[in-house]
Design a binder for this molecule. Structure first.
Ligand code: 15L
Length: 265
């Protein structure tokens, strides 16, 4: 497949680009910053929130699918979060409709449901329950994907990623870790599974301590192979661990992340 990867210079993009190339895909990179050293593929220096610039990329490139990773990965004001996550997604979806590109795989986040109290098993049918304006942005981006799947018959898979890291670093990560290799597996399955329509999955590895349902992902062909437990004896307990265990979103669901929606002068 010829895949446009937005945010290709970011932490996930730098892992995913070679991962998809190794699996026989062609990657077209898009980011606000230049391509990282070693990436010799096609590259577009573009802000994904600029619909004209995004449309120009689609006019120039032949594409089979889009993997949308671009977006600020932490908390911000509500308008900034909406621009970063919703406007970028909408700009891509409009260009996809115009150029008949039929599949979007989106780096959504566990923070779309981060304010859900810890339950026995977190399913993908739980109600949207963001823990931050970042999470609000992810919920709204998923809603735009659902709208375009219904209106235009696009396939749009929202991967609610946990903690994408080389290795788990905290007790929470023993449940929420997504390994680099499993991330590539997750995205490839989301790109190639037949006719998912709109679908959501939880992007974590097969963690022994995981409590987010992996079945929705397995139904889409995502078969995680790694387990954070392998690193458990290297992880020190912290005072914050209990508070982080209360909700899906961990630290994002704690008071530390409370802020007003709008920045004022
Ligand atoms: C995310 O979606 C964030 O981008 C990242 O900063 C982490 O907070 C991660 O989730 C997580 O929940 O560990």
């Amino acid at each position: 497949m010829r895949v446009l990867v937005t945010g290709a210079a970011g932490s996930i993009g730098r892992v995913l680009t070679p991962g998809l190339v190794d699996r026989g895909h062609e990657v077209v990179g898009l980011d606000r910053v230049p391509a990282p050293d070693g990436n010799d593929g096609p590259w577009h220096l573009v802000d994904a929130a600029d619909p004209d610039a995004v449309a120009a990329v689609f006019a120039e490139e032949r594409l089979d699918a889009v993997v949308h990773l671009a977006g600020y990965p932490g908390e911000g004001s509500l308008p900034d979060s909406l621009t970063s996550h919703v406007v970028t997604t909408a700009a891509l979806l409009d260009a996809m409709v115009e150029h008949d590109v039929r599949r979007l795989v989106y780096a959504s986040s566990n923070h779309a449901v981060g304010r859900t109290p810890r339950t026995d098993l977190l399913t993908t049918t739980t109600r949207p329950r963001p823990d931050t304006f970042y999470g609000v942005g992810k919920v709204a981006a998923e809603a735009v994907m659902s709208l375009y799947a219904d209106r235009y018959g696009l396939d749009a898979v929202a991967c609610r990623i946990g903690s994408f890291l080389p290795e788990p670093e905290t007790v929470r990560h023993l449940s929420t870790w997504l390994s680099h290799d499993d991330c590539v597996r997750m995205v490839e399955a989301s790109l190639t599974t037949p006719a998912p329509g709109f679908a959501a999955l939880y992007g974590i590895s097969a963690n022994t301590r995981g409590w987010w349902d992996l079945e929705a992902g397995r139904a889409l062909g995502y078969d995680p192979q790694d387990d954070a437990e392998e690193f458990a004896d290297r992880i020190d307990r912290r005072d914050a661990d209990d508070a982080e265990a209360a909700h899906v979103g961990g630290p994002f669901a704690t008071e530390e992340f409370y802020r007003s929606a709008l920045d004022r002068a």
